[in-house]
Ligand binder design. Sequence first.
Ligand code: MIC
Ligand code: SF4
Length: 748
Amino acid sequence: MAVDQIKRLYESMPAKLDQARKRFGRPLTLAEKILVAHADNFEKQEWNRGKAQLRLRVDRVALQDATGQMALLQFMQAGKKQVAVPSTVHCDHLIRAQSGASEDMKRAVTENSEVYRFLHSASRKYGIGFWKPGAGIIHQVILENYAFPGGLMIGADSHTPNAGGLGMVAIGVGGADCGEAMAGLAWEVLDPKLIGVRLTGKLSGWTSAKDVITYLLGVLTVKGGTNKIVEYFGPGAESISATGKGTICNMGAELGATTSLFQFDDRMAAYLGATDRADIAKLAQQYREHLVADPEVLANPKKYYDEVVEIDLSELEPHIVGPHSPDRARPISKLAAEVKKEGWPAEIKAALIGSCTNSSYEDMKRSAHVAMQALKAGLKAKTPFLVTPGSERIYQTIKRDGMMETFEKIGGTVLANACGPCIGQWKRSDVGKEETNAIVSSFNRNFPGRNDGSAATMSFLTSPEIVTALVFAGSLEFDPVHGTLQGPDGKAFRFTPPESEELPAKGFARGEEGYEAPASDGDAVQVVVSPTSERIQLLQPFPRWDGKDFIELAVPVKTKGKTTTDHISPAGTWLLVRGHLDKISDNMFLGANNAFTGEVGKGTNPVTGEKGQNFSKMARELKAKGLPWAVIGDENYGEGSSREHAAMSPRYLGCTVVIVRSFARIHETNLKKQGVLPLTFSKPADYDLVEPADFVSVTGLSQLAPGKPVAVVITKPGGKTVTIQCQHTMTDEQIGWFKAGSALNALT
Ligand code: MIC
Ligand code: SF4
């Protein structure tokens, strides 16, 4: 956003914030200030944390190449000539890590040319900035170029909150939300509750920003942040660099939080300056009081936040989380004992650093500092080491400043500036398909199958410097903070804590930045989609609700335990067909644990009785017979990614209702947007009442109203019925989406 637009926003803040202080009768937190400043209509807006639906005007929309395809296809259905808010597309998810940056890039450009052509032509036509493959990972590029204190952004990627490191409210959403905001509509979100995290003490030694969030995940769990904003403050915050703050906010997505953010401070100003935005830094300094919480809030946080967590950074130990869930946390010093107790493989098969979460200059330099110590002591790497820089600037800077050379000397491979192994875009040949093995990375997610498509891979997450130290032990039983390794001279070697300045002394090096501005005359540009495309399929509107209750729906799938979007719509090679709804629907529930049969990704056809059937095949058979169906799910259903394919594929193959113990925020909205009824059991234990071969009916649909429970009848094979109550969180408008068949149908 141009600096004069930011100036206008800042200038408008004092009056708006005063109005809000008067209306609420109290001082404001930073998150509240930003939400208030972006209200579509402050007067008419109801403000009630956890209850009201906020209508907001966003400053910016961010898309990436995997989810962005659906977002753009939906935007195109709205029939607008140009996007109404500044928007960018980032090509980062589709590049497969195989043999190093330059070859991987060449392969990606050929393999994905059709998708890139579509994204490029649509960007040019509709006024969207286009970041080419190789330019970097969406969140890092946004941090370097677009994020600013006090702004409001949405992005079709769950780690959009990364920009909270620069004091922005940046929220991950589904593609439909982005399409609508780009079409000029106000954007809606549940007024979030607020968690205040008060940081005291100072980061030092081995402890890094990553440990703040991995520790917090252990405290709050993967659903502790649902429909909440996590706001960090306190004297300790000043000891964390802006990029470190970005790491914390990025991985706040793993708490299920709406977003996370820090108060504006000098560390942010320094980062803005180093990324050629000294003018914005100056402006933010001038308006500082509006870009931090009110002093009364900071002095007495318990009164103003719904929950407060205190973390003393001086006491915080380096943490490591995993396997299989980011909230399985413990200090690194406790890992060895747990590995033994659980019988996990101690040997580390691969170590990976970087990704959108942790690839700042500081991260790379601290890791290189650790690697240098080992090199000097004559230690050899015991584990393959992969490095993913977050952007071209980082890549060029670590090359210029010698970090790349250090990584290569320890046998490391520097990959393209892209998501790669973080999202299963990793061609791994060192272990067998279902071979149990352990890997460590500095990424943010570790769900089963996430990195290499194999649920047998146990993935642990920690800071990049700890990952780098573990490379020389090759074992999860090594604690780099307290332990020693044997040097070639037979003597014990101990690492000293990593060191780095937070920003490059010589400034960031620049390469080919890979940005392309939209065409000046969008009308003259044609969006390129071949009618015979295997990768992109133009969307057909979903059918409208027929006005009837759902009677005796089959239940092909009842999921047990963790059901992330990676379980519902896996990524990896499926990223190839993210723009083709019919093809991608073949992956539906491939990773889901079937509560009925104990199988993964398949089950028994409730109508034909055929066993071991893949869920998408089963759903296609039901659809062909004109039989709609229901899904039953467990806790925090739809955790993780923003990919709306996890809602669109079931919808496309005939699912009309999803009934769960609880939902993750983005996925629940995605279901609503696509016209699927999202219900939660009033009594979570009722989940157990749905058994194999049962059918469910949802009644009273024509009287669907906000806050009104819905009756669900479970019909047992002998004809016996059980009636239970379910809840929903739909507003009047969202009920309208359901009736219209989708939010998009309701618009057109
Ligand atoms: C992820 O980290 O899971 C992803 C891949 O970036 C997703 C988006 C996607 O599935 O394309 C996300 O975080 O939303
Ligand atoms: Fe890419 Fe991984 Fe970041 Fe998602 S979490 S944007 S896949 S690097």
